[in-house]
Design a protein around this ligand. Structure first.
Ligand SMILES: [Zn+2]
Length: 123
């Protein structure tokens, strides 16, 4: 079982899931899960990050499975298409903070400056 994880790590692949391990070992998924838990308890492997895309390393760091995130997912998280909150046009958003398309953002910034100046004038 550890050999399967180690082989994945050396091949630069992510850690096999319990279902993958079970298929390769010809056992039930919950048996694979128990084997992984025992290997951890015995210090044969180290769990770096848990979840559906876990990362498992050798206790001496001689190998580690590939990072959890798929490169495609990482690009998706960094930026994706969103509908502008103001004009509903589709644009490439850089993240959750970026909700207006460029023309609307420029307009919003202009409005903001105008409001600040307006407040100063009143004060
Ligand atoms: Zn817009």
């Amino acid at each position: 079982m550890i050999e399967l994880i180690r082989a994945a790590a050396l091949a630069g692949r992510p850690c096999p899931s319990n279902a993958d391990l079970a298929a390769d070992l010809g056992c039930e998924r919950n048996v694979a899960q128990i084997l992984v838990r025992h290997a951890r308890a015995l210090g044969l492997i180290a769990l770096r990050s848990d979840g559906p895309r876990r990362v498992i390393a050798a206790p001496d760091d001689s190998w580690v499975t590939a990072a959890a995130e798929h490169p495609k997912t990482r690009r998706g998280a960094a930026g994706r298409m969103r509908a502008c909150l103001r004009c509903r046009a589709s644009f490439h958003s850089e993240g959750p903070h970026h909700r207006l398309c460029d023309p609307c953002r420029r307009r919003a910034e202009d409005d903001g400056e105008f409001r600040v100046i307006g407040a100063r004038v009143r004060a």
